[in-house]
Write a protein that binds this ligand. Sequence first.
Ligand code: GDP
Ligand code: IMO
Ligand code: MG
Length: 431
Amino acid sequence: MSSVAVIGSQWGDEGKGKIVDWLSNRADIVVRFQGGHNAGHTLVVGETVYKLSLLPSGVVQGKPSVIGNGVVVDPWALLAEISRLGDQGIKIGPDLLILAENACLILPLHRDLDAARERQAGLAQIGTTQRGIGPAYEDKVGRRAIRVCDLADPEALDWKINRLLAHHNALRRGLTLPEVDVSALRASLLSIAPQILAFAQPAWWVLDSARRAGKRILFEGAQGSWLDIDHGTYPYVTSSNTVAGQAASGSGLGPSAIGYVLGLVKAYTTRVGEGPFPTELHDDDGRKLGEIGKEFGVVTGRARRCGWFDAALVRQSAALSGMHGLALTKLDVLDGFETLKICTGYRIGERMLDRIPASARDQQALTPVYEQMQGWRDTTRGARSWRDLPAAAIKYVRRVEELTATPVALLSTSPEREDVILVRDPFQPGG
Ligand code: GDP
Ligand code: IMO
Ligand code: MG
């Protein structure tokens, strides 16, 4: 197995950035395959904090990195992120970054539409990141998106912009937004075209060549299973598939290229934005998790909602992505809690459920069924081996494995890059 897909198993922010950075050391190439700059992946290396939204987290270790066709790319955000990382000493040129030439672009009009819809929705808001993600994917599926390769063909760009604006200006009139001018959009796209095209390549071909050469590929998921457009808590989801199957179609490799699926889970649960969250806490325990876990969104700065670990939710994620193992992060945040709760299933009235139902109304009505576990006084923070963990913490990890029916491959015990316990190497799960 020479490739690993890192997939969020909850509602995002499970610590994918940290784990991808750590695993990058063992990989030859890292690829993002869905989402866009709605993602916020944090890497802590000594005193330096890197916050990545579009760039694969492998760039910090200097690994060749691919933004795959499944990603929606705001070209201005991409250039800004490259420049920001440059200021932090990470130089990213076309030798390091490959941008799929068939990826679709996010334009300012997508951001406008995202924000206008959220404003108009009132109480029915999704709580999006307002980065234009949903509207950009709509245009992709609607077959009117502008793609990276279109920047290389100024003549054809004209009618593509016209086709796009015929749709958007009609919408904008209805929303009382000013219409977008064809020539202004054309000029702004052409002004950044050379910088963007410098990175453009047939990413599928680069990845296929890497695969044939026996290189180790690391797929970096964004968001999490419960934000998946098909399987998540619809409509409170993002607009892409976030499950492991997307790693194949969003990068241009076949499913057989994905060797090991690593599910990322926080030792408790968080969610940012609106939507159902069965184990959400509105009490001191919830506030404590938020404070100790520093649960504020990387992209929007919003406070994340916090709750107990939901094993039923993660068990379902493991099935949806065919997870081979889990990376359990933020165990240290549970240090000092006298008792801990784990959700094992749900109740709606008299009805017992061991999985999340599809209906939004049923999802809102779920009451968690908990089992209680003893907490631990000693610290796990910074632990790098099992020996450093208190017995009660080991018991908690073992119970997570049992209830999710998935073994723990990695444990993370602080934001710092090296604070990881390796139980089994996802690149060499056999030994
Ligand atoms: P991602 O979106 O999945 O990459 O996760 P985020 O970066 O949005 O959020 C995870 C946060 O938790 C970041 O601030 C990380 O630095 C931090 N973090 C990651 N692993 C650990 C851990 O094991 N312990 C603690 N205390 N923080 C962690
Ligand atoms: P990472 O990769 C957590 C949430 C938003 C909102 C919903 C739809 O850092 O885990 P969108 O802007 O995508 O249309 O918003 O999805 N969301 C995330 N929540 N982590 C993320 O990414 C997220 N990306 C989007 O808060 O509820
Ligand atoms: Mg995040």
